[in-house]
Design a protein around this ligand. Structure first.
Ligand code: 0L1
Ligand code: MG
Length: 256
């Protein structure tokens, strides 16, 4: 039996991102299942690496009920981060480079060693060197920000850009820190790190395990985005965005 055209689907998604033009969903029409979708994601990112980008980390998606409800998909997913997606803390980006960007407040981890997908939960304590507040910009390449589970996995879990705030040592408790998303000084979302799978450390364990199932191991020095603590908010030109996480501080970006 002939399977879905992995390279062809990856090519369509890359072209959509490059041109800033949304495309219709692909999974139903092409028979893409979850495994094939991760193969498309790997191919799509391979093409970005071929253009000179570097893999710098991994991100979790749909780790909170708010996010699952927002997009109507209820499974935790993971994607790949490259250096071209990283915006310096306090830096700016152009909304016009994206299709329909949204921002969400996250928690980032810095890897001190390569965790083993088979190791128990305690791996977090020795694998993670530092933690930081972060902002993720997500931008689905599908029309109306609407997709099925395989569609969004193939689209590298809507990864667009990310900002990591100042790194700090991992505090004792990470499971119930207050989180705010501010736009132009006004609080637009309020949440808690508890929304991230009950504890962002659990998102880390899930990420190590799920990526391991696809032969991907996190590397020393990589950034790990644990997932959003609130629903995502549309990003408008001119907006100044801050994600504030209790005990960790803030990350910010400006949209042009
Ligand atoms: O980072 C995320 O939670 C996004 C995952 C993909 C779903 C979406 O685009 O909101
Ligand atoms: Mg996210």
């Amino acid at each position: 039996m002939i399977g879905p055209d992995i390279a062809g689907i990856a090519g369509q998604l890359v072209a959509a991102a490059d041109s800033g033009t949304a495309i219709p969903q692909l999974a139903a029409e092409t028979g893409l299942d979850v495994d094939a979708a991760y193969a498309v994601q790997a191919e799509l990112v391979r093409r970005r690496l071929e253009r000179g980008e570097r893999l710098v980390g991994l991100k979790m998606g749909l780790t909170s009920k708010a996010k699952m409800a927002q997009v109507g998909v209820d499974e935790v997913i993971w994607g790949r981060l490259t250096d071209a997606m990283r915006i310096p803390d306090g830096g700016s980006l152009s909304v016009g480079d994206f299709i329909h960007p949204r921002v969400e407040p996250e928690v980032a981890f810095l890897l001190d060693r390569q965790p083993d997908p088979g190791e128990p939960v305690a791996g977090f304590a020795t694998a993670v060197r530092a933690v930081a507040p972060a902002i993720e910009l997500i931008d689905s390449r599908y029309a109306d920000f609407t997709f099925s589970l395989p569609d969004v996995i193939a689209d590298n879990t809507s990864a667009g850009a990310f900002v990591v705030g100042p790194w700090c040592p991992v505090p004792d408790g990470l499971d119930n820190l207050g989180v705010l998303l501010e736009i132009d000084g006004r609080v637009v979302q309020v949440g808690s790190t508890a929304a991230i799978l009950g504890d962002p450390r659990r998102a880390f364990d899930e990420g190590v395990r799920l990526a391991g199932q696809h032969g991907v191991r996190l590397r020393t020095g990589w950034v790990f985005l644990a997932g959003a603590a609130t629903a995502a908010v549309a990003l408008r030109p001119g907006a100044h965005v801050r994600a504030v996480v209790e005990k960790l501080g803030a990350a910010s970006l400006r949209a042009a």
